[in-house]
Design a protein around this ligand. Structure first.
Ligand SMILES: Cc1ncc(COP(=O)(O)O)c(C=O)c1O
Length: 455
């Protein structure tokens, strides 16, 4: 049963009244005070009840409607939208204006056209469930011993091979640490680097979770503007030349979406090498691109070992895995392993082993090879199987950057992970994309999370 809605407005607060109304109604929906289908007063009535202008309530309703929390119709009035239950995670509310309030808003869902997460309807849930159940059986049937704190070797190998081909990074499995997503990788890197009170370049605008994470780790933020070529490296060099760290999203700047230009990449790396500064590369989208090809990772150009590359499976697979990885620069490999062992061990083996299955490329009988495909072009063209047991160096030597926005000359030449896969075979069988039998509805599906295939 729907409980009475009580909206309390603070007229002395800085938060506009429309925003207070929006947040109040949103909280009531999320806390279950307003159940799906519950009728809301018309904006005229609510304005009269609250003693505010009609436009104030209308504006709040419009935002709630845009967020698909309420549905307004002339005939039926305004109702709370039908949505899957999201009550469990919202058991307590965050302080108004706090970081956690912003975090909850950022991660709230589900919603149609929700930003920042893979398309749910193209997610092969049954297939993933099957792979995960079998990984749990493997985990449970083994001896009860402590797993490798850096993560399962099988997944670390797959990631090393993947990075060589897809991101141009030359690394070994021993440099890779499996993490609980990007955020946990960031925490691990900041612990290893130990840069409390030092200055850090932070993209402005930038990813708020990174910004707050850096503050929590005791670093002093130096906001660096971003333009169409990514973070303004000249600005940083002129204003903050002695910073100890920079955190960047070179592939697709968050939130503006631009790619860091080659010229800036090289200047940034030169500066880091000369000053002994560190660069954390947030490669949250990996090779996902809506148009064209992703540029190789910044880490692929790093000759001085100053870049710590952090990847995530939140966009390429699903954020519910809460899984990511970090590539330690060679000089820090053992520190990373120690800190992971003592302070931030990898998640349990089964989720890792299941994720490793997405990348198998050998096509052994009975293997299910499932992998996300990134570009819309990739859908129609088919693509090579995922790398497996192939040394990273050959692929990473081939990876290059020709300076054109979004263009990777080496991958175009080799077709190693792009669409014109004419000259290279990287494990597995080539051929049109095939889908598992239980996924017929996804044939031809598009979206960020685009397809899986069974070999
Ligand atoms: C800039 C940026 N970095 C990282 C992530 C992913 O973080 P995680 O792996 O913790 O889900 C996101 C997700 O939205 C992001 O926007």
């Amino acid at each position: 049963m729907t409980k009475p809605l009580r909206l309390e407005l603070d007229r002395s607060a800085k938060t506009p009244l429309a925003e207070q109304i929006r947040k109040g109604i949103r909280a009531a929906i999320e806390n279950g005070v307003l159940a799906p289908g519950a009728r809301l007063p018309s904006w005229q009535d609510l304005a009269a009840q609250l003693g505010v202008a009609r436009g104030t309530v209308r504006s709040a309703y419009e935002k709630l409607s845009a967020a698909q929390l309420i549905v307004a119709s002339r005939a039926a009035g305004t109702h709370v939208a039908d949505r899957p239950s999201i009550a469990a995670r919202q058991e307590e509310t965050a302080d108004p204006g706090s970081f956690m309030e912003m975090y909850r808003e950022l991660t709230a869902g589900p919603a149609i056209f929700q930003m920042g997460v893979p398309a749910h309807e193209t997610f092969p849930a049954k297939l993933v469930a099957r792979i995960r159940s079998s990984a749990i059986r493997v985990e449970m049937s083994g001896p009860a011993i402590y797993p490798d704190a850096r993560g399962e070797l099988e997944l670390r190998r797959e990631i090393a091979a993947y990075l060589a081909i897809a991101r141009g990074i030359e690394c070994t499995a021993s440099q890779i640490i499996i993490t609980g997503g990007y955020c946990s990788g960031l925490g691990l890197a900041l612990r290893v680097l130990g840069l409390e009170r030092r200055r850090v370049w932070m993209e402005d605008p930038g990813f708020p979770i990174t910004r707050h994470g850096l503050e929590l780790a005791g670093l002093s933020l130096a906001p660096i503007p971003v333009d169409a070529d990514g973070i303004d490296v000249s600005y940083g060099l002129n204003h903050e030349p002695d910073a100890a760290l920079v955190v960047v999203t070179p592939g697709q700047q968050a939130p503006l979406g631009c790619t860091l230009s080659l010229e800036r990449r090289l200047r940034l790396l030169d500066w880091a090498a000369q000053k002994g500064a560190w660069v954390i590369e947030d490669d949250y989208l990996s090779e996902l691109q809506l148009k064209g090809r992703a540029t190789p990772a910044l880490a692929s150009l790093d000759r001085a070992g100053r870049v710590i590359h952090i990847g995530s499976f939140s966009k390429t697979l699903t954020p519910t895995l809460r899984l990511g990885f970090l590539v330690a620069s060679p000089s820090l490999t053992s520190q990373f392993a120690e800190v992971a062992a003592c302070l931030a061990p990898a998640p349990g083996p089964s989720v890792q082993l299941a994720t490793a299955k997405f990348d198998l490329g050998q096509g052994r009988p009975g293997d299910t090879n499932a992998r996300p495909v990134r570009t819309p072009e990739g859908i129609s063209q088919g693509r090579p199987s995922f790398p497996r047991r192939h040394g990273p160096s050959a692929a990473s030597r081939a990876a290059g950057f020709d300076g054109e926005a979004g263009a990777n000359s080496a991958s175009r030449r080799r077709g190693s992970w792009g669409i014109d896969q004419t000259s290279i075979r990287i494990g597995g069988k080539r051929g049109p994309i095939r889908y598992p039998d239980d996924a017929p509805a996804r044939q031809g599906a598009t979206g960020i999370f685009e397809d899986f295939r069974c070999v």
